[in-house]
Design a binder for this molecule. Sequence first.
Ligand SMILES: Nc1ncnc2c1ncn2[C@@H]1O[C@H](COP(=O)(O)OP(=O)(O)O)[C@@H](O)[C@H]1O
Ligand SMILES: [Mg+2]
Length: 264
Amino acid sequence: MVNIERLSTGIKEFDELIEGGIPRSFFVAVTGEPGTGKTIFCIHFINEGVRVGDKCIYVTTEESKESIIRQAAQFGFNFEKAIEEKKLILIDALMGKDEQWSLKSLELDELVEKVIEGKKFLGFGRSRVVIDSLSAFWLDKPAMARKYSYYLKKVLSKWDFTILVTSQYAITTSSAFGWGVEHVSDGIIRFRRGIKEGILKRYVIVEKMRQTQHSLRLHEINIDSSRGLYIVGATEERREDYALPKKVSEKIKKVEQEKENNLP
Ligand SMILES: Nc1ncnc2c1ncn2[C@@H]1O[C@H](COP(=O)(O)OP(=O)(O)O)[C@@H](O)[C@H]1O
Ligand SMILES: [Mg+2]
């Protein structure tokens, strides 16, 4: 059997769905509607990278650098320290600031150049990069999605990066914004949401992971301040999902008991 080197996502139960982690140098799309946990998933991936000594780069286009740092801190991940220790670079592509680690425009060439500059700064060795979100780079030219994704994958994998890119799903149609990413990617991690009995539920399903016998099940996830994102369980296996509410089942039992008592 071929032994594939895999990178832990930092979420143990998620790793178990993909034979232990994401194969090194893969280009993986993390997709889903807003608020489903894409950014938080990427934060876990980067935190794990810092922990094991990988060179890490996080490009943020939708939130400020500060917002990512604060979100990570809620889960006890000290990104500020990682930056100081030159284990992590947070590239801000939102503010258009004139600083070393920000992008002046949402141009793919500038992004690639900056990420490589970051890699040279961090040094030799296994690396992780998150681009959150990649779809921001073709907002005005969605037809380029596939070509851009292919280019990015080709260039960055040469630099020993394992790559996570997030992409948005259009809320109204639930169709992927820029299908190109998903065609080119080695893996697709799909986040979803739904409302059940008036409560927002979030789910994850691995739709694609090359060279991996991955789980085909939808899993419910949750996010909280102490653990961050974690897996609650496979949806089919959870009793709550198919069991009747307690009150209803008690009532049925009572009626059945009465029927029995009334038997001649
Ligand atoms: N400290 C926290 N405790 C509980 N839930 C949180 C916490 N921080 C964020 N969340 C949840 O995570 C959601 C945002 O997830 P995020 O990964 O940013 O979504 P997106 O898929 O849009 O990137 C919030 O709407 C909130 O429900
Ligand atoms: Mg996000």
